[in-house]
Design a protein around this ligand. Structure first.
Ligand code: NI
Length: 247
């Protein structure tokens, strides 16, 4: 069930039998010559919606802008500063905790969000640790990256091998081609497999990775590959959610 398509009495009824909620979180940033700006938000939302359907959980609105400062030299990219993103996550969790939600399961689509999400969890727990006991409702937060499981890894290894890379990957681009087939494109990319390495700020990133990709060849992406990755991701994330929310 999508929170945005529910009424408040329906949410109140849900809270009598369950207090967990799924929160998709992504990013709005360049994804190379053929990857969509919304890739990380689109993928996490699709997967989270499917997991919610399968498990009967509520899914919150997608947090579609993340921590992407290093992509800002490419048009269309947007970012929250880490400090802003921590504030957004705190207010999101505290709003829902006010109503009785206790378990917050974040389905993440962007590796660059991980450090900031983890810091936000610490802020949320610190609030409780520093308040007189019982004054703030206890919560549990969990972060799951849709690509970080054995099922998805095996498929991406089989289909793409070392050409998966780490940004604008054929796996994530294939997922978006499956979800939005009208956006599929295969422009020429030079070199076919992008360079790998590190970066600091946005200018440094663009110098090191001129077309936005890191280590990847997203021209290998097809909607059919995306379908396989999607199904594996939903399977793994739903299993994680069921085990975590039951514990
Ligand atoms: Ni991405």
């Amino acid at each position: 069930m999508r929170l945005q398509l529910m009424t408040w009495p329906a949410v109140e009824t849900y809270l009598r039998r369950g207090t967990a909620i799924i929160l998709p979180i992504g990013s709005t940033e360049q994804h190379g010559p053929n990857g969509l700006i919304g890739t990380d938000a689109i993928t996490s939302e699709f997967i989270a919606n499917a997991v919610a359907e399968r498990t009967g959980a509520i899914v919150a609105p997608t947090i579609a802008v993340g921590m992407a400062q290093h992509h800002m030299a490419f048009p269309g990219s947007m970012t929250l500063r880490p400090s802003t993103m921590i504030a957004v996550l705190r207010d999101t969790v505290e709003s829902l905790a006010r109503h009785g939600f206790t378990h917050f399961f974040f389905v993440n689509g962007h590796g660059g969000n991980i450090a900031t999400i983890t810091a936000a969890f610490s802020e949320i727990y610190a609030e409780r640790s520093m308040a007189p006991s019982g004054n703030v409702p206890a919560v549990r937060c969990k972060l799951v990256n849709w690509w970080a499981n054995a099922g998805v890894s095996a498929i991406s290894r089989e289909l793409f091998g070392s050409r998966e890379g780490s940004h604008a990957t054929p796996s994530e681009v294939a997922l978006t081609f499956f979800m939005h087939p009208e956006t599929e494109s295969h422009p020429e990319m030079e070199p076919q497999v992008a360079p790998s390495g590190g970066f600091t700020d946005a200018a440094d990133y663009r110098r090191n990775f001129p077309d936005g990709r890191i280590g990847s060849n997203p021209n290998l992406a097809t909607p059919a590959h995306g379908k396989r990755i999607f199904e594996a991701a939903v399977e793994a994330v739903a299993r994680d959610y069921a085990a975590w929310s039951a514990a």
